[in-house]
Every structure is written in structure tokens, then in C-alpha cells.
Design a binder for this molecule. Structure first.
Ligand code: NDP
Length: 294
């Protein structure tokens, strides 16, 4: 068994594409890396590179002071960690959970960890597996700052940028959800745009250069609008909600004329129309963020 302050050993639970990438980066950095996965056989390439394959999750977590968990969701995390033998082996050790799920699940796992004497940090990975171990990787973390500082040297081995977002354990998951909301809503928009373009005889390749132009507008807008939203200025002069709603209606009509489901755009148009109905027609579209939750 390794001392819980030993920075030269790490355990990785979960050998999906991401878990394997994390373990590979630890191995590349020369750390004694113990691995375990529910389904056997996913460890072979890592073992050939020097990883130690544990026979059970309890054996795996006992081997290192720090265990990184990266599986599909927190149901899988619970299935692995919430067994007596594993909890006993983890007592006094640290778990860094890089599995994606909701802020509430992060809080619930932290409460379980506290009850069982397990030191716990939550986190999320914001970039694909190809970035792991490179400067392009992005990791966010939350939980006790001192614990984060203690394990930061080992986490740094994973490359890229690590940000501690605060002690509230659900914070990394909250950022993760908000950022994934942007990403997948944008991807839904792109998939829909490709369907509409195709129906009008425009290929994906033809659209792509101009689509890139639309995408490149977003980073500046995120910053400008964030300032406005926090100070209550919704910047409607250049593009009022009334104009936005009209544009959205054109997208809905064109889609539906081709028999293409326009429900995502209909929902967004509905928000804009609601805002106009409440007297915000002269504001920018981003005003809807203020009353969506009410
Ligand atoms: P998956 O999300 O498909 O997770 C696969 C892993 O989960 C495998 O180890 C699998 O084990 C395990 N698992 C699933 N169900 C259970 C269960 N009931 N009990 C125990 N283990 C289970 O693949 P990734 O590795 O890609 O993703 C892992 C995490 O990383 C996810 O939360 C994902 O959102 C996040 N992530 C992934 C990125 C990527 O590019 N892949 C990017 C950023 C974040 P088994 O082999 O036995 O099925």
C-alpha cells in the first residue's frame, strides 16, 4: 500500500477512451500507475507500457494515495466506489472524480466521501482525449483548496490548463453543464442548419466556410454580452429582439416548408416572443436569460 502523500503513484478507475488517455499521460510522466476497469481486457496496451492492472477496485485504490475516477456517469461511480471493501481501502486517500454528471450528484458523492473518511475533489474535463497530456487540455476542479494544491503536481502531468473554481464541490459540474449546454445547443443548431441547407441544395462543404465565420463571432459576443448581463444592459440598439424574432420565424418557415422539424428554433422564437410580450422588444435577445428560469 502506498502512503497517502506519495506523489509518485496514482490509480485510474475506468478505462474508456478518456480513462485510458489519463492513465497513458500518468505513465508517460513516469508515475507508478495502477489501473482497473469493470470489464476486463481494456488494460492491455497500458500494461504493455508499464501500468499495473489491479484485480479489483479495492486492490486498485489501495495501491495509491490518489485515485482518479473517470467513468460514464455517477451511477457508474457509485457502482464502483460505494462498496464496503472499496470504501475501507479508500479511507484517508484522495479521490479526484473527473466523471461528468450534475452538480447535485457531485454534492451527493462528496457527502458519501465525507461520511467514509475519503478526501474528495470533483472535476471535469472540457477537451477531447487527443488533448490529454498536451498544452491544449482543459480541466476544471472544485472542492477543498488545500487538497487541490496537494495533488496539483500529479494533476499537472495531465497537461494543459487546470482551474480551481472554488471550494463548493458542485461548482466544477455547474460550469461543465453550462459549457456543455453551449456546445450541444450549438451542435444541434449546426445539424439543423445542415439539414435546411441540404434541402435548399447547399452542401455541407459549401456552407462550412461561412459557418466558420458565424462561429468566430461568438467569442467576442460571449464577453460583451456577459458584461451586459451582469450589469443589466442588454444591448438592443444594434439588433433588437423584434428583429431577432422575425429572423427566427424565417428559419422556422423555411424548415417546415421542407418538412424539417423546427422545434428547437420554435422554442427559441417562443422565448423571444415572450420577451417582446413583456415589453423587452427593444432589448437584445440575451435578455431572455433573465426570465427563462422563472
Ligand atoms: P464513457 O463515457 O463511455 O465511459 C466509459 C467508462 O465507464 C468505461 O470504463 C466503462 O466501463 C465505465 N462504466 C460504464 N458503466 C459502468 C458501470 N455501471 N460500472 C462501472 N463502470 C462503468 O467513455 P469516456 O472514457 O470517453 O468518458 C469518461 C468520462 O469522461 C465521461 O464522464 C465523459 O463525459 C468524460 N469526458 C470524455 C471526453 C471524451 O472525449 N471521451 C471529453 C471530456 C469528458 P466498461 O468498460 O466496463 O463498460
Amino acid at each position: 500500500m502506498s502512503s497517502h502523500t506519495d506523489q509518485s503513484a496514482v490509480t485510474v478507475l475506468g478505462l474508456g477512451p478518456m480513462g485510458r488517455s489519463l492513465a497513458g499521460a500518468f505513465l508517460d510522466a513516469g508515475l507508478r500507475t495502477t489501473i482497473w476497469n469493470r470489464t476486463p481486457g481494456r488494460d492491455q496496451e497500458l500494461v504493455s507500457r508499464g501500468a499495473v492492472s489491479a484485480r479489483s477496485a479495492e486492490e486498485a485504490v489501495a495501491a495509491s494515495g490518489l485515485t482518479v475516477v473517470c467513468v460514464v456517469n455517477y451511477d457508474a461511480v457509485d457502482a464502483i466506489l460505494r462498496r464496503e471493501a472499496v470504501a475501507d481501502a479508500l479511507k484517508g486517500h484522495t479521490v479526484v472524480n473527473l466523471t461528468a454528471d450534475t452538480p447535485d450528484r457531485a454534492r451527493d458523492t462528496a457527502a458519501w466521501a465525507a461520511e467514509h473518511g475519503v478526501r474528495y475533489l470533483d472535476g471535469a474535463i472540457m477537451t477531447p482525449i487527443t488533448t490529454i497530456g498536451t498544452p491544449a487540455a482543459v480541466f476544471i476542479h472544485s472542492g477543498p483548496e488545500e487538497l487541490y494544491r496537494e495533488h496539483r503536481p500529479v494533476l499537472d502531468v495531465l497537461g494543459g490548463n487546470h482551474t480551481h473554481l472554488g471550494e463548493e464541490i458542485g461548482r466544477a459540474a455547474a460550469y461543465d453543464i453550462a459549457l456543455l449546454d453551449i456546445f450541444w445547443t450549438a451542435m444541434a443548431g449546426y445539424a439543423h442548419a445542415l439539414a435546411v441547407a441540404k434541402a435548399e441544395g447547399v452542401t455541407a462543404r459549401e456552407l462550412a466556410p461561412l459557418a466558420k465565420g458565424i462561429g468566430s463571432m461568438m467569442p467576442t459576443l460571449f464577453e460583451q454580452l456577459a458584461e451586459g448581463v451582469d450589469s443589466g444592459n442588454y444591448f438592443g440598439e444594434a439588433n433588437p429582439m423584434t428583429s431577432t424574432a422575425s429572423t427566427m420565424t424565417h428559419i422556422v418557415h423555411t424548415s417546415e416548408a421542407h418538412g424539417i422539424d423546427a422545434s428547437v428554433m420554435r422554442a427559441a422564437e417562443g422565448w423571444a416572443r415572450r420577451a417582446i410580450g413583456r415589453g423587452y422588444g427593444a432589448d437584445g435577445f440575451i435578455r431572455v436569460a433573465e426570465f427563462l428560469g422563472r
